[in-house]
Write a protein that binds this ligand. Sequence first.
Ligand code: E4P
Length: 221
Amino acid sequence: MKFFLDTANVDEIRQALDWGLCDGVTTNPSLIAKEGRDMKEAVLEICDLVGPERPVSAEVVATDYEGILKEAYERAAWAENIVVKIPLIAEGIKAMNKVTSEGIRVNATLIFSLPQALLAAKAGASYLSPFVGRHDDVGWDGMELVEQTATMLDAYDYFDAEIIVASVRGAWHVVQGCMMGAHIATVPFGTLGKLFNHPLTDQGLDKFLADYAKLQEELKG
Ligand code: E4P
């Protein structure tokens, strides 16, 4: 399973790269706004930081077909690792069909149902992003949608899409996504850190080190 970082913060990305835990980055307009930066400037810095082999999602903010197309072409030209994020609305599907046929990679975002995931796959999206946390927030089961999407992709092997578990709220979403065969989890920085923390690891390590230090004292004496 690949880990993308769901952030527009370059310090977080730098740290995740240092840990070897960043296979790509997803941004969205809210994450860009949180950094208070111009989208193009922030995304270009991220692309440069992660290198050309790691995909970086940059989202369109237009909602009409012509506007989405215009922004998709602009963003795709920013850097070679850009993936254009397009929302799952009718105009978005229409734009996805057009730009994917021209070789632009698309991350279909704001997916909340299997029909939406199916339409995005049919429109040639490279990535399908079911928003599991927001799904759970309103009392549905976000992971059920991931499971259904995985089943759909297995059934039709001519779809060339990967599932991104998005809107991750904690390690549990990553674990479940992994068990369901999702290809990628895009995780907030705070969740990434929690993936390798465990109190029993800390307790175990303390004990190993204490026992070994005691042995050194005994050997000296
Ligand atoms: C995914 O690509 C989105 O940027 C993201 O996962 C949204 O998550 P949120 O529901 O925490 O805003």
